[in-house]
Design a protein around this ligand. Structure first.
Ligand code: FAD
Length: 273
């Protein structure tokens, strides 16, 4: 008779998965295997700093292999391709399979395009590490384009006033390349439109004081906030709203929430039968 597999497998070494792996390993739980599609752990709440040029170079990545050796677990780089809960087996994209005793899926989420036309083609998102330098490249290209056509500002549309949209807007507007004009408190070279579908700015919070504080800080940076504006289409040079308004944009950032799992597995909501 074969031995039942004793392994605990964690898929996804992000904010949740990496910490869980270290804690379980420190507590002596195991054997333990961490799987991630990337080779290094990145602290995602700082992605927008890299994307806005506020932080140059890297984000202090931690190679998973180093973590694994330090804490005595196994790391495999690979993407989850399939899961058989009956057989307690997972398959990775290289077709390797792993049996588990306990499986933790910590694959995070992705930004949904919500079926809006043009998002995939024209908008940038901030989901994964490589998105951040790519966004910064688009941003500097937008600044360069505008600088070649003075006095027109570079225009950025950010869709979604969640944490990503709000923090990114603030960091972009504070970029030293943008606020180089000491005579002006408002960045003359940049026009940021932060566009929210809900009638409430920052619907993610129910704290009115926080909301108003953030709104006034963003307004001080010259950021224009629009609520109750649902985007109907993203184009190469702007966005169109369902109400028929249009915002010109050299760069559109799509930060319209989060869905999971990213692994392409069928899922159900809490409470579904
Ligand atoms: C720009 C930005 C700013 C943020 N700011 C804040 C903030 O200020 N405060 C806050 O609390 N939160 C913030 N967040 C949210 C925070 O980053 C997330 O809540 C947190 O990272 C979620 O942790 P997680 O472990 O669930 O997923 P993640 O950290 O997203 O990790 C998921 C991991 O799974 C891996 N993975 C995905 N799919 C697969 C697959 N198929 N196979 C194998 N591996 C896979 C990924 O490579 C990744 O390492 C921010 C997020 C962003 C993007």
């Amino acid at each position: 008779m074969s031995e039942p597999n004793q392994e605990i497998i964690i898929v996804g070494g992000g904010a949740g998965g990496a910490e869980l792996a270290v804690r379980l390993a420190r507590a002596g739980c195991g054997p333990l295997r961490l799987i991630d599609q990337a080779a290094s752990h990145v602290w995602k709440p700082r992605l927008h700093e890299l994307a806005a040029g506020a932080r140059k170079g890297e984000l202090g990545e931690i190679p998973y292999q180093d973590l694994a050796e330090r804490w005595g677990f196994v790391f495999d780089q690979g993407a989850l391709a399939d899961l058989d809960p009956e057989a307690k087996t997972i398959r990775l994209d290289d077709d390797s399979t792993h049996d588990y005793r306990l499986l933790v899926l910590a694959v995070g989420g992705v930004t949904p395009d919500l079926g809006v036309e043009g998002v995939k083609e024209h908008a940038v998102m901030l989901d994964r590490y490589p998105d951040a330098p790519a966004l910064y490249q688009r941003f500097t290209a937008a600044l360069d384009k505008a600088a070649a056509q003075p006095p027109r500002p570079a225009r950025v549309a950010i869709v979604g006033s969640g944490l990503t949209g709000v923090e990114l807007a603030g960091y972009l507007a504070s970029n030293p390349e943008v606020v180089a004009n000491p005579d002006s408190e408002l960045p003359q070279t940049l026009e940021i439109h932060l566009i929210e579908a809900s009638s409430t700015f920052m619907p993610v919070t129910d704290d009115d004081r926080t909301r108003e504080d953030v709104r006034s800080r963003l307004a001080d940076l010259g950021i224009r906030i629009h609520t109750g504006q649902k985007i109907a289409q993203v184009q190469a040079d702007g966005v169109k709203t369902e109400s028929g308004d249009r915002f010109d944009a050299d760069m559109t950032v799509w930060a319209a929430g989060r869905v999971g799992p990213a692994a392409g597995l069928a899922h159900r909501r809490a409470g579904d039968q």
